[in-house]
Design a protein around this ligand. Structure first.
Ligand code: URA
Length: 254
């Protein structure tokens, strides 16, 4: 209903009442608000249906957990990931990027997500950052041909290489955890902030790099991402120190 008062007049009246000492706004007659609840109009059928659909929507994380748990080996895990339909990234990607290197190697590297080159080849770390990674590994007598296994937090390329979203990480993490269980590395290397955030729930790679921790029941070393090292060559010094540390721990296992 339109009020007979305009805004200025209504406000003046209200201020006058406040000046008189009014502290509560009440009506002439009491209102039973319990009765009002019965008069709330029923939701239209479309809203009820939308609520039911939201309630019955499958939980992508639970589905991923079940699919991952059922995978008995790495081939089955790859197939389970290829058949997983709840991550939107899959629709924009050319290939599933599962892993490269020697399954069962002592070192398992976890990167962030495929970029353009990785997406087109279906292999992790095969672009510029990957070339640098290979050179870094060779310097400490490691290589994906002999003693390193490599994967990513996300197996599909995010559009325009944008950062992984928390929901994407949450739904792909059960697969990553199972991947580590099945590959059984002695040591994990977490490359960069996004891998650390996904696996450890911690960011701040400048602070946490070089500090051994545990992830998925395995000793884990956070390191600078090779793409960061390409942009920040001065940080290669710390990356080198971390590689030497990894190599020293590996010595008997290499
Ligand atoms: N960066 C990553 O984190 N992973 C890749 O596979 C390529 C680049």
């Amino acid at each position: 209903m339109e009020s007979a008062l305009d805004h200025t007049a209504a406000r003046a009246l209200l201020e006058w009442q406040v000046e008189l000492g009014v502290t509560e706004a009440i009506l002439d007659a009491p209102v039973n608000r319990f009765e009002l609840a019965d008069k709330v109009p029923a939701k239209p059928p479309s809203a009820v249906a939308a609520d039911a659909a939201a309630r019955d929507k499958p939980d992508p994380v639970r589905i991923a957990q079940q699919a991952a748990a059922q995978a008995g080996d790495l081939d089955a895990l790859r197939a389970a990931m290829a058949g997983y339909e709840h991550c939107e990234l899959k629709r924009g990607a050319r290939n599933l990027v599962f892993a490269d290197g020697v399954a069962g190697a002592a070192v398992m590297i976890i990167g962030e997500a495929p970029g353009r080159e990785e997406d087109s080849k279906g292999l992790p770390f095969v672009g510029r950052a990957g070339l640098l990674l290979d050179r870094m590994l060779t310097a400490v007598d490691l290589s994906r041909d002999r003693n390193v296994y490599i994967t990513n937090v996300l197996p599909w390329r995010p559009p325009q290489n944008r950062d992984p979203r928390p929901d994407e990480i949450a739904m792909m993490k059960p697969f990553l955890e199972r991947h580590v269980q099945l590959a059984k590395p002695k040591f994990l290397v977490l490359m960069g902030n996004h891998a650390c955030q996904a696996v450890l729930g911690r960011k701040g790679i400048t602070r946490i790099r070089g500090n051994w921790t545990e992830a998925f029941g395995c000793p884990a070393l956070p390191m600078f991402h090779p793409a960061y090292l390409l942009r920040t060559p001065a940080a290669k010094r710390e990356a080198w120190a971390d590689l030497l540390d990894l190599s020293a721990r590996l010595e008997p296992a290499k």
